[in-house]
Design a binder for this molecule. Structure first.
Ligand code: GDP
Ligand code: MG
Length: 489
C-alpha cells in the first residue's frame, strides 16, 4: 500500500461498505448531460424567471448554463410560444425546483499541489454523492501561495483552475465553478457557513464520527464590528468573509459529511476548510478513477508538453500509441497498449524531500548509477528528468551521465512561464514523464504518484510505471517498489 506522510492512512479508506453508492449513471453525470440541453434551449427566445435572481450573470453564458442546469434538475420546461396549440404540451412544473447550493473547500496551507489534487478527488466524490439528493455545485479553490512555487517574480496567488485543468472535463464528473465566478453570483462576498475540520486527538479505534467542538487551532478571526469571520480565503480575504464559523472534529470518509451538509446546514454557500482531514470514500474504485480521469490537464499545457516531446524526444502520440480521446468518458485503454516515446523519464524529488526523506532520496551519483542501468536495460539513450533540483545539482547529475542525452523542460519563452507559472511547468514535466517508454519516480512523492495515475490512464504496462529510485543505503532487495494502484473502469 502507498503509505503517505501527508495523506491520511489508507487502511481507513478501505473496507467501509456502509457508504457504498449505487454504480449506475449518477445524477451528476445526467446533470452534465442536461447542461448541454439547457444551453441549447438558451439559444432560443424564452423567459425563465429564476435567472432574474442573478442579474450579475447577464452576458455570461457559462454562468447561466450552470445555474440553469441545476435549477432545471426537476423542472419540466416546455416552450409555450413554440407549442401554444400543441395539445400534448404539459404545463411548466416548477414546484420541485431547488436552488443549487455551493460547497467550497480549502486544504492545509502547507500541502503541495499534488496532495491538493488528491483532496479535490475526495471532495468531488462527496459533491457527486450530494447530487444524488440535491443540487450542489463544487467551488474550485483558487491555487496559490504554495510553498514549492519559488519564482518570486511571478504573482502566484488566486490562480483559477482553468490555468491548469480542463474544466469541461471536470464537469463531466461533477458540477464545478471557479471561485471568482461564484463571487460574481453572490450579492455580497459572504460565505454563509464555514467549518474548520480537525482530527480527533488521541483516538484509539477508528470509527466514523463528527461533532462541533472547541477549536484546537483556528486561523480565522472574528471581526467585532461586523461579527463576520475573516481569513485567507484563497487570497481574497480582504473582501471575503464568513457569516457563521465552527470547528468540527471529524473521523471519516468524505461522504460522511453528506448527512451533516444536507440536514445540519442551510446556507447556500458552505465551506469546509482543512478538507484533507476526510478520507477517500473508497480509494482506487471506479468512482475514484472516474474522478481521476476527469482531471485532464488544460489543453495548452498538454500541447506545450507534446511540442517538447516531438522536438527533443522523437515522441508523438501516433508513434507512441498514446493518442488521447478528448472525451475522457470514452477513453478506455488496456495495459500495454501504450508504447511511449523512445526515452526514459525520471522524477527526482529533491529540495525539501531530500532532507525530510533522506533515506529514500538517493545521492546524485547513485541516482545516475540507477538511471544508467535502466537506460541500458531498455536500450534507450535519451533521458528526460523532471526535478525540483537546482540547476547546479542538475548539471552535476548530467556530469555522471556521460554518453546519454539528458533533457530537462525549459519553457520556450518567459511568457509561457508567466502565463502558466511554476504550477504549469510542473504539470508539463509530469505530462512528459507520463509519455515515456519507462518511468522511474521518487518514493512516496505525490508528484510521482500522479504521473503513475496518468500512465495508467494512457494504458502503459504497469512494469514501466510503478518504479522508484532507491536511497543509497538501501540494498536492491530492501528497496520497496511502489504499490500498483491499477486503473479500474
Ligand atoms: N517543475 C517541477 N516541479 C517539481 C518537481 N518535483 C517537485 N516539484 C515542485 O514541488 C512540489 C512538490 O509538492 P507535491 O506536489 O505535494 O509533491 P510531493 O511533495 O513530492 O509529494 C510540486 O508541486 C512542484 O511545485 C519536478 O519534477 N518538476
Ligand atoms: Mg508534498
Amino acid at each position: 500500500m502507498r503509505g503517505r506522510s501527508t495523506e491520511p492512512p489508507r487502511h481507513s479508506d478501505r473496507g467501509n461498505t456502509s457508504l457504498r453508492r449505487s454504480q449506475g449513471l449518477s445524477p451528476a453525470s445526467s446533470l452534465a448531460g442536461k447542461s448541454r440541453t439547457v444551453c441549447a434551449i438558451w439559444q432560443r427566445p424564452f423567459s425563465f424567471s429564476a435567472w432574474t435572481m442573478f442579474p450579475s450573470v447577464v452576458g455570461n453564458q457559462r454562468h447561466i448554463c450552470l445555474i440553469l442546469l441545476v435549477f432545471l434538475v426537476s423542472v419540466t420546461i416546455t416552450n409555450s410560444q413554440d407549442n401554444a396549440f400543441d395539445p400534448d404540451v404539459k404545463p411548466i412544473q416548477v414546484g420541485e425546483a431547488q436552488a443549487p447550493r455551493y460547497l467550497l473547500y480549502d486544504v492545509n496551507p502547507g500541502e503541495g499541489f499534488n496532495l491538493r489534487r488528491d483532496v479535490y478527488m475526495r471532495i468531488a466524490n462527496l459533491v457527486r454523492n450530494l447530487n444524488e439528493d440535491a443540487p450542489w455545485i463544487l467551488v474550485l479553490p483558487p491555487w496559490g501561495r504554495l510553498y514549492h512555487w519559488k519564482s518570486q517574480h511571478l504573482h502566484q496567488i488566486g490562480i483559477p483552475w482553468s490555468t491548469f485543468f480542463d474544466l469541461a472535463s471536470l464537469r463531466k464528473f461533477v458540477p464545478v465553478i471557479e471561485f471568482e465566478e461564484l463571487l460574481q453570483l453572490l450579492p455580497t462576498p459572504v460565505i454563509d457557513e464555514l467549518y474548520y475540520l480537525q482530527s480527533y486527538q488521541n483516538w484509539k479505534e477508528w470509527e466514523e464520527k463528527m461533532e462541533i467542538q472547541d477549536c484546537l487551532q483556528n486561523p480565522y478571526r472574528r471581526n467585532e464590528e461586523t461579527g463576520r469571520w475573516k481569513g485567507w480565503f484563497f487570497g481574497f480575504g480582504e473582501t471575503v468573509s464568513a457569516e457563521k464559523f465552527a470547528c468540527m472534529s471529524v473521523m471519516g470518509h468524505a461522504s460522511s459529511l453528506k448527512p451533516f451538509l444536507l440536514k445540519n446546514t442551510t446556507g447556500s454557500t458552505v465551506m469546509i476548510d482543512r478538507g484533507e482531514v476526510v478520507l477517500h470514500d473508497r480509494f482506487g474504485d471506479t468512482s475514484y478513477w472516474e474522478c481521476r480521469r476527469s482531471m485532464r490537464f488544460s489543453k495548452p499545457l498538454r500541447q506545450l508538453g507534446d511540442a517538447f516531446r516531438e522536438t527533443f524526444l522523437d515522441s508523438t502520440d501516433e508513434a507512441d500509441n498514446t493518442v488521447l480521446d478528448e472525451d475522457w468518458t470514452k477513453m478506455k485503454r488496456k495495459h500495454g497498449e501504450a508504447k511511449g516515446g523512445p526515452y526514459l523519464a525520471a522524477h527526482l524529488r529533491r529540495a525539501d524531500f531530500a532532507h525530510v526523506r533522506e533515506k529514500d532520496v538517493p545521492s546524485l551519483k547513485y541516482t545516475a548509477k540507477q538511471l544508467k542501468s535502466k537506460l541500458e536495460e531498455w536500450k534507450l539513450t535519451k533521458l528526460f528528468i523532471a526535478t525540483d533540483a537546482s540547476s547546479k545539482e542538475f548539471e552535476k547529475l548530467k556530469g555522471y551521465l556521460d554518453g546519454y542525452e539528458v533533457f530537462r523542460y525549459e519553457p520556450p519563452s518567459e511568457e509561457v512561464h508567466e502565463t502558466y507559472k511554476d504550477g504549469g511547468l510542473a504539470i508539463i514535466d509530469q505530462w512528459i514523464c507520463a509519455h515515456a517508454r519507462y518511468f522511474i519516480g521518487t518514493r512516496e512523492s505525490t508528484f510521482s504518484f500522479r504521473i503513475q495515475d496518468e500512465r495508467e490512464i494512457l494504458g502503459f504496462d504497469p512494469d514501466t510505471t510503478f518504479n522508484c529510485l532507491c536511497g543509497d543505503k538501501k540494498k536492491d532487495k530492501e528497496c520497496e517498489q511502489p504499490s500498483r494502484w491499477k486503473i479500474v473502469y
